[in-house]
Design a protein around this ligand. Structure first.
Ligand SMILES: Cc1ncc(COP(=O)(O)O)c(C=O)c1O
Ligand SMILES: N[C@@H](CCCC[NH3+])C(=O)O
Length: 439
């Protein structure tokens, strides 16, 4: 045998590091075909806890928190990406603040002992019960989303005003929130933001601490954030002239994109960290203001890559047009593929296959023709029922967006660290589903 012939066999005998942009930091493909994450075999994990299952790598999560904490800004993790009590505790331990957008997220955070003063309450339609719960718990800041909401606030509270800056983050229409003509925030161009400022300032028990904007989600364009800073600093200057107050906080929201497939464009945090403070201080100098403290609210960029989903192949169907690989999950644990046309990859886990890779559709189990998790996935042609598949980058907006469509119970969340797995959220059962249902 020549060296060139031996090389592939030699390579296969070594553990293989997986593409770092979409897999957890410590994910290694073993020569056997198994995948090991933080020292835990995913084959064994699937045997022990069943499938489908959400897997969360804690060292990756913590590393993402620390990458953000290294910035000169307050970091408020956006709980909508993924929240449970253990997650809230990890976020607290890492020294981050927390953005919640519902009574449920607030209750989860409080029940985990998350410090109320580090919580921000968001929402375009906060109910009276949610506003009361926040006031009762001593939530640090309420981000006011409309003029009417100001009149519904009671008691002494720190308040930010959510401003719609009219900046296009150039992202999917369903998650673009910086432009006019939409349900979030008070319009800067339309003058509602200025009215909101005056109305909050007229309520002496409310303390106006700053402005907020959120341009949308899965954004890669840093110049959109620069433009938002320019517009909001100009507005801060207007507020200072008109009302004689210098607001100390500027919250730029989240939206930092991640890669879901190798080669996808992602958010360049280093460039953001270099460019944004510069624009902020330049603009403030121009307007004669002291730079406010920045707050950022990343959700996806903290949690997405730490997570992956494990599925078991239930059946493989060869139709006249293509091969369908049907797994034991789908739309109910990942609605993003259908909602946004989001693209993913899948990897066979647990056995080594030398079969040629072919294009096939990985489909879910739900009663929707559109329940296609991964169109044109490249998988070994000998894929068969019983095989395990891992889909990376599902740590954000998967568990939190899961449903029980077709009355399929929701998967568990399994947290991995240092060779051990801990059940963070157990699998939902059919009894759980029936418990809500009047007999
Ligand atoms: C107000 C606010 N902050 C932060 C986020 C987090 O967004 P992302 O997960 O894209 O960082 C969102 C969701 O888009 C949001 O609505
Ligand atoms: N659910 C969306 C993100 C929405 C962000 C919340 N404001 C996603 O999965 O991409």
């Amino acid at each position: 045998m020549t060296l060139a012939e031996l090389l592939p066999t030699y390579r296969r005998s070594l553990p293989e590091k997986l593409p770092a942009e979409i897999w957890p930091d410590a994910a290694v493909a073993m020569p056997s075909g198994d995948l090991v994450v933080s020292g835990v075999s995913l084959t064994e994990l699937a045997d022990r806890f069943g499938t489908p299952g959400y897997v969360l790598d804690l060292p990756t999560l913590r590393a993402r928190c620390r990458a953000y904490r290294a910035l000169d800004a307050e970091i408020a993790y956006a709980g909508k990406a993924f929240l449970c009590r253990r997650m809230a505790r990890l976020i607290a331990e890492e020294g981050l603040s927390l953005d919640v957008c519902s009574g449920g997220e607030l209750a989860t955070a409080l029940s985990a002992g998350f410090p109320a003063e580090r919580i921000l309450l968001h929402g375009n339609a906060k109910t009276d019960a949610e506003l009361r719960a926040a006031a009762r718990a001593g939530v640090g800041r309420v981000v006011v989303d409309s003029l009417a909401e100001i009149d519904r606030l009671s008691g002494a509270q720190d308040v930010l005003i959510r401003v719609t800056p009219g900046v296009d983050g150039r992202t999917h229409r369903a998650v673009a929130t910086g432009t006019e003509d939409q349900k979030f925030g008070t319009s800067l161009a339309g003058g509602q933001a200025a009215v909101a400022v005056a109305r909050v300032l007229a309520r002496p028990e409310l303390r106006l601490v700053g402005l907020h904007c959120h341009l949308g989600s899965q954004i890669t364009d840093i110049s959109a954030y620069e433009e938002a800073v320019r517009r909001l600093v100009a507005f801060l200057a207007e507020i200072a002239v008109r009302h004689g107050v210098a607001l100390p906080q500027l919250n730029l929201g989240g939206g930092h994109a991640v890669a879901y497939c190798p080669g996808d464009a992602a958010f360049d945090l280093r460039s953001f960290a270099a460019r944004i403070p510069r624009v902020l201080s330049d603009e403030c100098r121009k307007h004669g203001l002291l730079p406010p403290r920045l707050t950022l609210e990343p959700g996806r960029a903290i949690a997405a890559r730490a997570g992956l989903t494990l599925y078991r192949v239930v059946t493989v169907k060869h139709s006249s047009t293509r091969t369908f690989v049907a797994v034991d999950g789908g739309f109910s644990d990942n609605p993003r593929a259908e909602l946004y046309g989001a693209r993913y990859t899948a990897r066979l886990v647990g056995r080594f296959s030398s079969a040629q890779k072919r294009s096939m559709h990985v489909v879910g189990r739900h009663c929707e023709a559109g329940d296609v998790l991964i169109p044109d996935a490249h998988l070994p042609s000998d894929i068969r029922a019983g095989d395990l598949l891992a889909v990376p980058c599902t740590g954000a907006y998967h568990h939190s967006m899961a449903s029980t469509y077709n009355l399929v119970p929701r998967p568990p969340v399994l947290a991995l660290d240092d060779g051990a797995a801990e059940l963070w959220v157990r699998r939902e059962t059919e009894e759980d589903l029936l418990r809500r249902d009047t007999p």
